[in-house]
Design a protein around this ligand. Structure first.
Ligand SMILES: *Cc1c(COP(=O)(O)O)cnc(C)c1O
Length: 361
């Protein structure tokens, strides 16, 4: 099999060791004679798998005991609706920070359920920066403040957790969860689609403070009420069993590598390699993002001469560097370098970037 480096934004690269383990266990999980895909979600085998999955995530993120961990379906997009349905009832209003594509998606959906105040927006500079927290126009009676710690398309990442007082802070952490330590107690709710840093697509992890559960708007479907899933231990209906299993393997893989703090050090080193390659290219490559909020996970960059985009992608692919094409709203390239991207992949990319610039500069 050819060794490739996959820079996809999502679904994204998974650790090779985890895929190999899933392969080895595919037909016969731990002597059960069954694949995880074939098991009753209520049987002892899967009960163990989901319990360990949750326990390992709790350990990795040091999740306090007054938070529930829900392993749900529908991806992060389902949370664009579930968050307001469950949380906005207290005052009927919520504050949102508009930092790009994914924040906009959350805002558009939330408007169906209450009054949404855009407390700050970076749209004036095409979402290349984070509006200073001191300038956020937070409302006094917001039920919660929603923000997007890492904008997967724009490549803009908060390097801090914003202070919003007593109002519950809600974060769409889909593309940087587990990439750096966070203090969960500062949040009311964290959610993340799995297919960037956690595992297979479809699964979404919700970490929610217990006092925020049980206040859903009256019309909320049973399946969209956090209380349903909290009371049932994420087993109200059949969970995404295989995705939960693979996520659990990833959590064990992370623990074996020293956990989130160790991952952060590797992520800092990997991101530095790419940003240095951009900065040292003499303008051949360009990062559109303000220096203080450049993402460690998703790095968009453009070429000075965009007629070279096609050759760049073609030559990259010939070197087994895959899925580098940027999102159409930014143009150019995007290198997504999640936890599972090995540093050798990033080194191969920056060597290629330097070589390409030398030959075409
Ligand atoms: C990928 C992504 C989403 C959407 O996730 P789905 O699982 O496709 O619903 C939402 N928010 C962010 C920040 C993302 O990166």
């Amino acid at each position: 099999m050819t060794q490739v480096f996959n820079f996809s934004a999502g679904p994204a690269v998974l650790p090779k060791e985890v895929l190999q383990q899933a392969q080895a266990e595919l037909l016969d999980w731990h002597g059960s004679g069954m694949s995880v895909m074939e098991m009753s979600h209520r049987g002892p085998e899967f009960s163990q798998i989901i319990a360990e999955c949750e326990a390992d995530l709790r350990e990795l993120m040091a999740i306090p005991s007054n938070y529930k961990v829900l392993l749900l379906q529908g991806g992060a997009t389902s949370q664009f609706a579930m968050v307001p349905m469950n949380l906005i009832g207290r005052t009927g209003r919520a504050d949102y920070i508009n930092t790009g594509h994914w924040a906009k998606g959350a805002i558009k959906e939330a408007k169906r359920y209450g009054e949404i105040n855009i407390a700050a927006s970076a749209e004036d500079r095409n979402f290349t920066y984070i509006p200073p927290v001191a300038e956020w126009q937070l409302s006094r009676d917001a039920s919660y403040v929603h923000y997007t710690p890492n904008e997967t398309i724009g490549g803009v990442e908060y390097q801090f957790t914003p202070e919003v007082g007593d109002v519950p802070l809600v974060a769409d952490m889909s593309s940087n969860i587990l990439s750096r330590p966070v203090d969960v107690s500062k949040f009311g709710l964290i959610y993340g689609g799995a297919q960037k840093n956690i595992g297979p697509s479809g699964l979404v992890v919700v970490i929610v403070r217990e006092d925020l559960i049980g206040h859903a708007l009256p019309f909320t479907p049973t399946m969209f009420d956090y209380r349903t899933h909290a009371d049932a231990g994420s087993m109200y209906n059949t969970p995404a069993t295989f995705a939960v299993y693979v996520a659990g393997l990833i959590f064990k893989w992370l623990k074996a590598r020293g956990g989130v703090a160790a991952m952060e050090q590797v992520n800092i080193a990997k991101a530095k390699l790419v940003y240095d390659a951009i900065e040292q290219s003499g303008g051949f490559y360009h990062s559109p993002v303000a220096a203080d909020c450049r993402s460690r996970m998703n790095i968009p960059f453009t070429l000075r001469d965009d007629t070279l985009n096609g050759s760049f992608l073609k030559e990259a692919e010939a070197r087994h560097l895959l899925q580098l094409k940027g999102h159409k709203s930014v143009g150019g390239m995007r290198a997504s370098i999640y936890n599972a991207m090995p540093i050798e992949g990033v080194q191969t990319l920056v060597d290629f970037m330097a070589d390409f610039a030398r030959r075409h500069g």
